[in-house]
Design a protein around this ligand. Structure first.
Ligand code: MN
Length: 345
């Protein structure tokens, strides 16, 4: 979140940015742009006692504004701040008070949205390989991964180092839905008051179970269940087209119509993918199975007013593999959006 990266986004034509404050690679040797990690996760979760400060949030927003960029959202809570909310553990209510404090600070700092992913195993079970065009390094899945999550891990990060060898206690889908309802009932009223939208990412990879833990949103219709659970204008979706494309059920175009029509899409993760779980590959934005311009047209037709971000991009062969991949995706998005806007003016 330095000036150089904000300047890069401004030069690529971005109006808004979605930022991450979680250090996914803490204490890890393997710091790549997309964390894969081993069976003991990505990196170490943060300090449970140290919440993001109002001053830091405000400073980040002000720095972005110097490049004419708005902060559209902060993406992801640190597992240290809500592990027992996910696991139904004894510190759940204490952690929820912390999350409420964070939401209030984010609102006061002038940031309108927090993206979250209510998941025990988190983004786990993926592999990395030369999956995209020209053997570009990208991520995918090569079969289901059922090795249980050890105790002391949540959301694919380590809460303790090393995690216990014992597996986590078993959770049912019903229990997971009770936990997300408990979470939303606690925090949505605070989010309403603070003027912050909470936006849910689907489970990536979207299988009913990963590492012997249940997944919440692994079909497009489960997004509806989530927004109906606690009805509020502040209960919305971090709408991930790539993940929806990886799902074996539903139709991504119909789903996009349905959720955009309801005004439930807070912001869009826009990437392309080929294949379905448990065998899929992330591709460049202009290859893969999804018709990205068609999806953007649907969003435009349904008067979607939020932001679209590239999510991930394969790494390109040069000195700045991540930046080049992002610039390629941003150029493609920008051209597609300009074309739609010109055609409908
Ligand atoms: Mn995503």
């Amino acid at each position: 979140l330095d000036d150089e990266n904000f300047q890069f986004a401004a030069q690529a034509g971005c109006s808004d940015v979605v930022i991450h404050l979680v250090d996914y690679f803490r204490g890890s040797e393997d710091a790549t742009d997309q964390p894969i990690g081993s069976l003991s996760g990505w990196g170490e979760a943060g300090d449970p006692e140290e919440l993001w400060s109002f001053e830091d949030l405000r400073d980040i927003r002000e720095r972005a504004e110097r490049w004419n960029l708005r902060i559209a959202a902060i993406e992801n809570f640190d597992p240290a701040h809500w592990s027992d909310v996910l696991l139904g553990g004894p510190r759940r209510d204490t952690q929820l008070e912390g999350i409420k404090t964070l939401i209030r600070r984010v609102g006061r700092a002038g940031i309108p949205c927090i993206g979250y992913n209510f998941s025990i195993a988190g983004v786990a079970g993926r592999t990395m390989g030369p999956y995209a065009r020209g053997d570009a390094l990208s991520v995918g899945m090569e079969g289901p991964v059922d090795t249980p999550v050890p105790r002391g891990m949540a959301w694919n990060m380590r809460l303790r180092n090393p995690p216990d060898p014992e597996p986590l206690e078993e959770t049912t889908h019903g229990q997971l839905w009770e936990r997300v309802e408990y979470f939303l009932r606690a925090v949505i009223p605070v989010a309403e008051e603070a003027g912050v939208v909470l936006a849910a990412h689907p489970d990536d990879p979207p299988l009913p179970s990963v590492r012997s833990t249940p997944r919440l949103v692994h079909r497009p219709d489960l997004y509806q269940k989530l927004i109906d659970l606690v009805p509020s204008p502040n209960n919305q979706l971090e709408y991930c087209l790539g993940t929806l494309g990886e799902m074996t059920e539903g139709d991504v175009y119909d789903s996009t119509r349905a959720y955009a029509r309801q005004g439930k899409i807070a912001y869009v993760h826009c990437r392309n993918v080929s294949g379905k779980v448990p065998f899929y590959r992330e591709t460049f934005i202009d290859e893969g199975a999804l018709d990205i311009p068609k999806l953007l047209e649907i969003l435009h037709e349904k008067n979607f007013g939020g932001v679209v971000i590239p999510d991930h991009s394969p790494r390109m062969a040069c000195d700045a593999p991540w930046h080049a991949g992002m610039a390629f995706a941003l150029g493609y998005l920008r051209a597609s959006i300009q074309r739609i806007e010109e055609a409908t003016q």
